[in-house]
Design a protein around this ligand. Structure first.
Ligand code: SF4
Ligand code: SF4
Length: 530
């Protein structure tokens, strides 16, 4: 079966499930709250938003297991060469991407740069956010090179830094720059065929990533690039909030009495947090790149590497600003639009718009992308937040409803994005990746004897299709639960929370249903996206 082929027989049961599951899940959650005796209290509220203030983090809820209790893991994390050992192979692969992109064949499916970057790395990396938080950032070759230059060392600690050590402008200390870059990056997939073009792939890697990473690290402090500029940093930061892994302090009391604050300032054992964070006040995974420096530097052995329940951060967002929330909302729209732009109905709609307006295909695609993929989800979500604020009946600020509930939609955005990427990895990835390992530049080499191997996809279209639909459905169920937790935090633990949540549940059904529906439409012969 061709991917995206009409299988409406499957769509109906999935749609019926998400509609019927919603009241059932709500009933279970309300009953559980009643039994626990927490029903009818006012709970906490977002009125205490601090946006990065120094408030103490709330007590973690749910299971935690500190992996640093295992001596082998602790020894690895404390070893200074640990991060470097993971960065080095990635850096070499990245250099090969640049070389192959510039000097290799122009055929996208035969070039190491396009195949490894878009069919393997880009397709798989999203799964690491769900399971391993921002661990990718710890091993990221793009900034590793910049960091080695800035520190003048590969892994040892030194006092001399090769940077002007300037502070990033206050107005830009947020995710707005990464969001704009991400919108541009996605536009390149849609409009200039970035994923199929080796030269563009190399140029984007240089111009959007490695060059700014090096320049910024030589002018500004620490990993300013990762925190405030990286085009995928915002998306990684948001998605990683769902991961069952976190780095946090063990005891607030120990941190309060700690004068040294080596986790932030650094000491002879390691560098101060490259992401400008203090584990003492860290509530979410958003900015922590899991670099393990604080595990090395803390003189009080007060850092834990916890395994925890999935999605634990999604209702602890009082310190996050509208910039992070906006990324989640935009991702909902971009994922839908990217899928839409690869379908047959879109080709018909686009042709009709071109005929009616006389504009070129690229202009129509760009305007539609900005209108439907970026602007529409923001306006829809803002309208829905207003209704939610009104129905919740508490004096909660609109801004706080918008921010709080946006994170409840994160599981839908993430699962839809993963469903989209599964095709690239499970269907297209291995058959293309194994040959290019032997012939990375498409010059007719056969280094490892795999250049002419014809591999089957890891999964055929039918089970892949069911897997995609199941992923979106699981994301939906996660969103309903996260929405329930956000509603209780926002409106209190009572009927007002249910009333406030109700319109958001409708919107969740719409977004999840739309993603399921689009997966069942036939693919266009004129594909743009990736
Ligand atoms: S150095 Fe350790 S104890 Fe001190 S503030 Fe940082 S995490 Fe807490
Ligand atoms: S130093 Fe600690 S808190 Fe900072 S990014 Fe690294 S692991 Fe995260």
């Amino acid at each position: 079966m061709e991917h995206g082929h009409a299988e409406f027989t499957l769509l109906i049961p999935f749609l019926v499930f998400i509609v019927l599951a919603t009241p059932a899940i709500m009933l279970l959650l309300v009953r559980r709250a009643r039994r626990s005796g927490s029903w009818n209290n006012n709970g906490s509220s977002y009125d205490g938003y601090t946006d990065g203030g120094e408030a103490e983090p709330p007590e973690p809820d749910g299971f935690r297991y500190d992996l640093l209790r295992l001596p082998l893991i602790k020894r690895m994390m404390k070893h200074r060469a640990f991060q470097f050992a993971l960065q080095l192979p990635n850096a070499l692969i990245f250099l090969l991407v640049i070389v192959a992109g510039i000097w290799g064949t122009t055929l996208g499916d035969k070039n190491f740069a396009t195949v490894v970057t878009w069919l393997v790395w880009w397709a798989v990396i999203i799964f690491t956010f769900l399971f391993l938080s921002r661990t990718w950032c710890m091993v990221c070759p793009l900034v590793s090179i910049a960091e080695w230059i800035q520190r003048g060392r590969l892994w040892k600690v030194g006092n001399r830094l090769f940077t002007l050590n300037r502070k990033w402008p206050r107005r830009l200390r947020n995710f707005w720059v990464p969001t704009v870059f991400f919108i541009i990056l996605t536009w390149m997939f849609l409009n200039i065929g970035l994923a199929e073009n080796p030269l563009y792939t190399a140029l984007v890697s240089i111009i959007l990533f490695i060059a700014p990473a090096i320049v910024i690290s030589m002018v500004f402090q620490r990993r300013t690039f990762c925190r405030y500029v990286c085009p995928i940093g915002g998306v990684i930061g948001a998605y990683s909030m769902t991961a069952p892994l976190e780095i946090r302090n063990r005891s607030d009391a120990v941190c309060r009495s700690c004068k040294e604050k080596a986790c932030y300032r650094g000491n002879e054992k390691g560098y101060g947090c490259p992401m400008f964070m203090m584990p003492q006040t860290m509530e979410t995974n958003t900015y922590c790149t899991m670099c393990t420096e604080c595990i090395k530097t803390c003189p009080n052995d007060n850092i834990a590497l916890n395994v925890r329940p999935f999605m634990s951060d999604l209702w602890k967002t009082r310190k996050l600003g509208i910039d992070v929330a906006m990324i989640v909302v935009i991702m909902l729209g971009i994922t839908v639009f990217q899928t839409l732009s690869m379908l047959e109905p879109w080709t018909d709609m686009s042709d009709a718009m071109i005929d009616a307006t006389g504009l070129s295909e690229h202009v129509v695609l760009t305007l539609s992308y900005l209108a439907l993929g970026v602007l529409a989800p923001i306006l829809i979500f803002a309208g829905w937040s207003l209704i939610t604020k009104y129905l919740g009946g508490r004096k909660v600020r609109f801004r706080n409803v918008f921010i709080g509930f946006s994170f409840a939609f994160l599981p839908i955005a993430l699962s839809s994005h993963m469903a989209h990427n599964l095709v690239h990895f499970l269907e297209e990835g291995p058959p293309a990746a194994v040959p290019v390992i032997s012939d990375p530049l498409g010059w007719g080499w056969n280094l490892f004897g795999t250049a002419n191997l014809l591999l089957d996809p890891l999964l055929t279209a039918d089970p892949l299709h069911i897997l995609q639909m199941s992923l979106i459905t699981i994301g939906y169920v996660g969103a309903v639960y996260a929405g329930w937790r956000v509603a209780r935090e926002t409106f209190g633990n009572n009927l007002k929370a249910v009333a406030g949540l109700a319109p958001m549940l409708v919107l969740m059904v719409v977004f999840a249903g739309l993603n399921l529906y689009l997966l069942n439409l036939p693919m266009s012969m004129r594909e743009h996206g990736h």
